[in-house]
Design a protein around this ligand. Structure first.
Ligand SMILES: N[C@@H](CCC(=O)N[C@@H](CS)C(=O)NCC(=O)O)C(=O)O
Length: 266
């Protein structure tokens, strides 16, 4: 997407599964957005302007009724000086990561929180449509993605895809351990998908979509066989990857994560 006048801006690099998660949701919701490309290699995410974006996002939450101690101390530190050094900004900003979303005056970080915001605003049916029960079920499966699927699949992608691209050797013990964990997660998905077409019911939701970016990379590893062995999970994945939003974002996600050129430069 072009033109800097867009109200919705996403900062980051699209090869990141976290950034891609946000892009998939924006595409699904038909939101007109601008991807403000940043370079990890150039350290754009550590620059003061990006760190300040995260600080602004945290400060935003001060206006909410449930203010955490962390945010309170952040606000205090921010208010006692208006000339923060870069180092202080780096301390204040807990993660220095992408994506960050700007939606008008609202600045957010954390990809799943951003995804929920985008969908709550533009396509609530992907969050369960506002019904208490259905929304709770969507939340459950989004948590499963975050706490069961991502750690195991992410470790395999790191060891089997990213480490070799950077010229390293995979830690086979870590690969074996996480393949075992992921197999158990996918077995649970297979059982779940025997009862409903998607994870949270018979319509697609953010819980399914949220899997797409990491699974795209996971399916490029030899451990894709774990998915291929489970007919319902395989069909679910193929349907997910064939969605127009997923296909569009996949074009921005080279399977070498843009790392091949870096390896050759080393
Ligand atoms: N929990 C965060 C994780 C974000 C994250 O790890 N982003 C990576 C993108 S590759 C990043 O910014 N890494 C740079 C760094 O941590 O220095 C989310 O879901 O947004």
């Amino acid at each position: 997407m072009a033109a800097s006048s867009k109200a919705v801006k996403v900062y980051g690099w699209a090869a990141s599964p976290f950034v891609a998660r946000v892009l998939v949701c924006l595409e699904e919701a038909g939101v007109d957005y601008e991807l403000v490309a940043m370079s990890r290699d150039a350290g754009d995410h550590r620059r003061p302007d990006h760190l300040a974006r995260n600080v602004r996002a945290a400060l935003h939450q001060l206006h909410r009724p449930s203010i955490s101690t962390f945010h309170a101390s952040l606000a205090y530190a921010f208010s006692v000086t208006d000339s923060l050094t870069h180092d202080l900004l780096a301390c204040l900003q807990p993660f220095g990561q992408v994506p960050v979303l700007e939606d008008g005056d609202l600045t957010l970080f954390e990809s799943r929180a951003i995804a929920r915001h985008v969908l709550r605003k533009h396509k609530p049916e992907l969050l369960g449509g506002g019904g208490l029960e259905q929304s709770a079920i969507v939340d459950v499966w989004l948590e499963v993605e975050a706490h069961q699927h991502e750690p195991a699949a992410g470790a395999i992608v790191m060891e089997c895809l990213i480490t070799p691209l950077l010229g390293g050797a995979p830690d086979q013990a870590a690969v074996g351990e996480n393949a075992g964990k992921l197999r158990r997660v996918l077995d649970a998905y297979e059982a779940r998908l025997s009862r409903s077409r998607y994870l949270a019911g018979d319509s697609v939701s953010v819980a399914d979509l949220s899997h797409f970016p990491l699974m795209r990379y996971f399916m490029a590893t030899e451990h894709a066989a774990l998915v291929e062995a489970l007919p319902r999970v395989k069909a679910w994945w193929e349907e997910l990857a064939a969605r127009p939003a997923a296909r569009k974002v996949a074009e921005l996600m080279p399977l070498d994560l843009g790392l091949s050129s870096r390896k050759h430069e080393q």
